[in-house]
Each structure stands twice: as C-alpha cells, then as structure tokens.
Write a protein that binds this ligand. Structure first.
Ligand SMILES: Nc1ncnc2c1ncn2[C@@H]1O[C@H](COP(=O)(O)OP(=O)(O)OP(=O)(O)O)[C@@H](O)[C@H]1O
Ligand SMILES: [Mg+2]
Length: 233
C-alpha cells in the first residue's frame, strides 16, 4: 500500500519559494495500476520522485507498506528503494559506457547478488531484446532503450514500479508493446505500477487515474466523491 498524505513541495525560484505540489493525498492498494495525468509543468515528475523516495517533500508524508519515507535519512531511503522500488525515468538514463545487459545487471550487482546475469538475461528476453544484450545504448532505438530501462527497473523484483512517461517519444506500436509489458508485469508479478503519462490511451488502460493540475489533485477515479463532483459539473 502506498499512501500520500498532504504532500507539498516547494522549490526556490529566483530566491522565492515556488509551490509545485500542494496538499496531495491518496491511497493506492498493493497491486494497483495507476496513471498520473495532467498538463506539462503540473508537478507529475516531482510527485513521482516523492512517492519513490528519490526526493523529500516540503510537507506531508509518503508511506510505503507502512514505512514513512519522510522519516528516513538518505541512506535508509536508498536502501529501501533498492529493496522495493523500481524507477523508469522520463529520459531513460541508461549508462552509455555499459551494454544493455550490463545496464540491467547494475542494480543486482550493487546489492551483491549472485545470478545477476541470468536474471538480467531473462528480463531482456521478456522485453523482447534477448539478442541485444551486447549492444550499447547508442546502438539501440529509443523504444529499445526504454525497454532496457524497464528491464533494469524490474531486475530487483520491486514491489512497486514508477515509470515517468514510459511511452513518451515512442511510436504507437512500440508504445503499445511497452504498455502490454507493464500490464503483464502488473498481472503476473503483482507489482504495483504508478506511471505518469500524456497518452490518453495508456491512461484509459489504468485501473485508476489521478489527475493533477497546478500541483493539486483535481480528479481521482479511485475517490467516488471526486468523480461524482466531476460528473455533476
Ligand atoms: N529542481 C527544481 N527546481 C526548481 N523548480 C523545479 C524543479 N523541479 C521542478 N521544478 C518546477 O516544478 C514544476 C513541475 O515540474 P515537473 O517536472 O514535476 O512537471 P511535470 O508535470 O512532470 O511536467 P512534464 O509533463 O513537462 O514532464 C515546473 O514548473 C518546474 O519548473
Ligand atoms: Mg515530467
């Protein structure tokens, strides 16, 4: 279960505080498939970073399976991320000097796990890149790099996967395959998935849609009240 409780985030902009998130609250059940949508600049990436424990809020709490991420120091958050969280960044952030296989293996090697290469090969196979493990990121298309990033995010068998625009910059067919991949990982592994997307087709396939605008939740299909207010408007 993932709980966001009255989250706020301010950044300093030209010396002045800029409120990017205000009073964001929701609860997501384990195994959920949720999409966060909203206009550019509305705070989606910032919110995802707080939920994943990559950054800390200015106010409020994030509880992941009962652990308050905001009460942990940076080292403890990093450990918890290594154990429970996968993250696919808006820009894939593959390591350019490592092959696809090595990129996928990194999180397991950081944990000192045996069998890292076999697990990485299995995941590359699953994302349809079984034969491409020896290629460097520059030798892969955008969609292929995105799939390597997803394989890397999954290599630790995270309880929860965050993906920022997983189909951004991809053509429809490639995007569709990535969505199917995320759906199968959600269904077969029971992984909670929280993604940010501008893609309405992708959002429509999520069980839950949380819409943000100007740093606030303006609609949440998991909250009947919010939906009926929207429906009545
Ligand atoms: N580190 C930072 N310092 C200052 N302002 C920031 C910082 N990170 C984000 N912002 C600001 O916060 C706002 C929300 O940014 P965020 O990246 O969360 O938006 P987004 O909804 O993900 O947009 P997009 O759809 O374009 O990716 C923006 O106005 C952005 O300029
Ligand atoms: Mg963003």
């Amino acid at each position: 279960m993932l709980v966001a409780r009255s989250l706020s985030k301010e950044f300093l902009s030209g010396g002045r505080p800029l409120a990017v998130l205000r009073d964001v609250s929701f609860e997501l059940e384990t195994g959920a498939f949720a999409a966060i949508v909203g206009p550019s600049g509305s705070g989606k990436t910032t919110l995802l970073g707080l939920l994943a424990g990559l950054d800390v809020p200015s106010g409020g709490q994030v509880l992941l399976d009962g652990t308050d991420l905001t009460a942990l120091d940076e080292d403890a958050r990093a450990r918890l991320r290594g154990e429970k969280v996968g993250f696919v960044f808006q820009s894939f952030q593959l390591i350019p000097t490592l092959t696809a296989l090595e990129n996928v293996t990194v999180p397991l090697e950081l944990r000192g796990e045996r069998g890292a290469e076999a697990r990485a090969r299995e995941l590359l196979e699953r994302v349809g890149l079984g034969g491409r493990g020896h290629h460097f990121p520059t030798q892969l298309s955008g969609g292929e790099q995105q799939r390597v990033a997803i394989a890397r995010a999954f290599v630790n068998r995270p309880r929860i996967l965050f993906a920022d625009e997983p189909t951004g910059n991809l053509d429809g067919a490639t995007g569709g395959r990535i969505v199917e991949l995320l759906e199968s990982l959600n269904r077969e592994d029971g992984t909670t998935i929280v993604l940010v997307t501008h893609d309405l087709g992708l959002a429509a396939r999520a069980q839950r849609v949380i819409r943000v605008a100007d740093g606030r939740v303006v609609e949440d299909t998991g909250e009947r009240r919010a939906v009926s207010v929207e429906g009545a408007a």
